[in-house]
Design a protein around this ligand. Sequence first.
Ligand SMILES: Cc1ncc(COP(=O)(O)O)c(C=O)c1O
Length: 440
Amino acid sequence: MGSVFSSRSSNDVFSVRGRDAVEKGAKRVVWDIISDLWHDQLNPSGFVSVGMAENTLLHDELLEYIQANARFSPRHLTYNDGSMGSKELRTAVSHFVNRHFNPFRPVEPQHILMTNGCSSAIEQLSWTFLNPGEAVLLGKPYYSTFIPDISLRPEAIVVPVEFGDLDPLSPKVIDRYDRAAADFEARTGRRVRAVMLCNPHNPLGRCYPRATITGLMKLCQRRQMHLISDEIYALSVWENRVDKNCTFYPFESVLSRDTTGLIEANLVHVLWGMSKDFGANGLRIGAIISQSNPDLHVAQRSLSLYTFVSGFSDQITASILRDDDFTDLYIKTNQKKLSDAHEFFVRMLKQHGIEYATGANAGFFLWINLGKKYMERHAGEEATASDITDIIHQRLLDNRVYLAHGTAYGATQPGWFRVVFSHPSAWLEEAMERIVKAVQ
Ligand SMILES: Cc1ncc(COP(=O)(O)O)c(C=O)c1O
């Protein structure tokens, strides 16, 4: 029997932006994929995901540590010290960051705003610094989710910056950022308010040379733009033992720079969290480190209710980050395992003749050219295909393997995908077998 109420579509009962979210949500398949993961016995028809930036290499060790060390009290059932993170957690984060990011000025707990993940931190900064319709510059290729983080709810605009043949991380690109800002402002009459940086870079897996950061600082100062440096992969820097003739830059945090004469310190903000360097996306822990912008901290007193970290995650993270023996060993072991996993995956890519972008020494990913491989067997198809990346992506999904779609990451050439190698060898072998089948 039907309802006494006539059924209405979301057109009638949703806001315009709510309807937009319905449309976007219908296309977002990634949650379906990760909730149907392959297991040789329990779910043989599931997906092998090498698309999500998750690092599973040390999950057992981290879980064991948490189970042995986390201590909960009634405080963790309350709002505790408020929505910007407990004093205990902010003290632990400042201690940790001071040991590992080499800050020019020591990071104090009051410089830190905790959020439920870096995604929330980015959204908060976009909402706070930009009026709807104002813009953030984002160099190509980029981490695709920066776009909704910056624009979906804050209603800001992302201006992707094209670099042509230039290395996207080289100091030569500063002028491209400048021109992109000038073009946007001339075209729309609205301001560009920030540069969004990802260092180490997702998806390229490399660290920015110091000169590029210096150039961006000067540009941001001249145009009065914020420099938001997402350093969520700061400690996932490792030795690349396979690629020859590449220049590898060490990671240098924006926090480590004396900004005198380069940029006003109130325009500089750093993001970090537990999702990547501790392989703990599920904790939902992010941090905004902003050392010289007191008003940002005041604003977050009202906004952070919506990005409040769970008391349990807060406590678990504090217990991890203040334990120097554990974190030192964890970081070192993680870096070694990432280096091994990178070598293992590159060996498989070479065996199968799949091109990849060389020179990575950070993060969990390789930027690979499946288009070229696919065309070896399907010559001529590009003439009829509207987007070869879409075709390959569909074939990958048909073979129950998930890789991040290069077009969504701002790839300038078709056929590129981001593959995540921070998983055990058996998982990577299964993924590779399916990838090869998909492009045959
Ligand atoms: C560069 C970058 N920033 C932020 C995030 C999201 O992090 P979180 O899980 O803390 O929201 C990711 C996740 O892939 C990322 O790669």
